[in-house]
Ligand binder design. Structure first.
Ligand SMILES: Cc1cc2nc3c(=O)[nH]c(=O)nc-3n(C[C@H](O)[C@H](O)[C@H](O)COP(=O)(O)OP(=O)(O)OC[C@H]3O[C@@H](n4cnc5c(N)ncnc54)[C@H](O)[C@@H]3O)c2cc1C
Length: 388
């Protein structure tokens, strides 16, 4: 096990770091905060144009045909450490990995080059309002008519649907069999007639969406995997799901800097307060643990592990740790911490209140904490399967 990605490609990390120094401005963070859209097209396209999504991918699908799969890991690591919102990249690469393994040849040749060039986004259409965590209960129906399918239904929390070119859609194709056996995945163009997107604003300022599908006609070539094997395809997708948090170096540096500059009533800096230092130290330690769990999960994936335990461990710890960290930061700065970015009296870059509200969703999306504990208990510890 090699935790040190730097050894894999130090020059590449330096190159990425210098590029991000040049391209990522405070305006990018401000724009993401204001719009709730954790994706920036200019940055995404610029990263794609560098060829940094294409390492390790076959040339016939727009890749570089080399062995390296580390570049995307190093790039993701740098984006995460800097707290740069890049949800679109994560989702799109997830679906691209599924298409590579289960998509038709035609789909691979048309969609993957555009993904690897940073020209397209794919959002995830799994969750439905009645099912929530129980994604296999999906009711959105796909009915076959010759070479085409008619799709009808609705999805909840289709994040980035308003920016995406496609939705990776979980549908029910057979209501007569047990729920896991009657599902099929499609890659549906968001501009197909009958697709509608409505915004949902969350407490953490993130914009997500409800999406509606009314008699949406797609060709059979839009299918990903076999008919009624959607659950198997979801299994592949889950292996590439990367949600977490807690490795944001920028937030930590901001907190230390702000604690140094804010003075208490006895004219000392907050950083001189032992309890403040203790909390910041815990934040730093948990951030490091999160990073190690993420690297372990990526390592397991690179070794072909399909257990998902490592990913669940990372997701569970890092998201809950981010909630603790954001809560501690509000405590440290008290009422000042509630001031928003742009207020001259706000400590640091004014993101502590936003981080606190945003952190709340982390243990929910991408599989809630309870669901992650269930996976770890059943698959990792060998405990009896729960009945839900
Ligand atoms: C900001 C945001 C963005 C999202 N983006 C997307 C997206 O892009 N695409 C998409 O498809 N979905 C997305 N989701 C949906 C997300 O994955 C679901 O919210 C999540 O799976 C939980 O579903 P739910 O909110 O309906 O809660 P429920 O499933 O109703 O859960 C309610 C509570 O019950 C617990 N629970 C549920 N099942 C079990 C169980 N078996 N055992 C123990 N406890 C359980 C949960 O942990 C939770 O505490 C997003 C959600 C949010 C908040």
């Amino acid at each position: 096990m090699n935790f040190d990605l730097d050894d894999a490609n130090p020059d590449f990390r330096r190159e990425v770091s210098a590029f991000l120094d040049d391209h990522v401005t405070p305006a990018l963070f401000e724009q993401c905060r204001r719009t709730g859209t954790r994706h920036d097209w200019d940055l995404h396209r610029a990263l794609g144009a560098q060829g940094w999504f294409a390492g390790g991918w076959p040339t016939e699908y727009g890749g570089r045909g080399d062995e390296s799969s580390y570049e995307i890991l190093i790039l993701s690591d740098e984006l995460e450490r800097r707290g740069i919102p890049s949800d679109g990249l994560g989702m799109t690469m997830l679906v691209a990995n599924v298409i590579l393994r289960a998509g038709s040849e035609d789909m691979r040749r048309t969609v993957l080059p555009r993904v690897l060039a940073g020209e397209t986004l794919i959002c995830l259409g799994y969750t439905e309002s009645h099912g929530g965590s129980d994604v296999a209960a999906a009711r959105t129906a796909a009915v076959r008519d010759g070479d085409h399918w008619a799709i009808d239904g609705q999805k909840m929390f289709t994040t980035l649907a308003h920016e995406a070119e496609y939705v990776f859609l979980l549908t029910r194709t057979n209501p007569e069999v047990p729920k896991h056996r009657g599902l099929t995945m499609f890659l549906v163009p968001m501009d197909a007639p009958g697709v509608e997107v409505q915004p949902i604003w969350t407490i953490g300022d993130v914009r997500t969406n409800a999406t509606y599908y009314t008699d949406v006609i797609v060709p059979d070539t839009a299918r990903v995997g076999d008919v009624d094997d959607g659950w198997g395809i979801m299994g592949i997708a889950l292996m590439f799901e990367r949600t977490g948090g807690g490795a944001d170096v920028r937030l930590f540096a901001d907190a230390v800097q702000a604690a140094r500059s804010v003075t208490t009533s006895d004219a000392k800096s907050l950083l001189e307060d032992e309890s403040v230092r203790e909390r910041l130290a815990r934040l730093a330690i948990e951030r490091e643990v999160s990073t190690l769990l993420r690297l372990r999960s990526q390592w397991a994936e690179s070794q072909g592990s399909r257990s998902m335990i490592e990913g669940s461990m990372f997701k569970l710890f890092s998201s809950e740790s981010q909630v603790r960290a954001a809560s501690d930061l509000l405590d440290i700065f008290g009422p000042l911490g509630l001031l928003e970015a742009g207020d001259p009296a706000a400590p640091g870059s004014g993101e502590f209140s936003h981080e606190f509200r945003h952190s709340i969703v982390l243990p929910i999306y991408g599989g809630s904490s309870e669901v992650q504990r269930k996976i770890i208990a059943e698959r990792g510890l060998g405990l009896p399967r729960s009945t839900r």
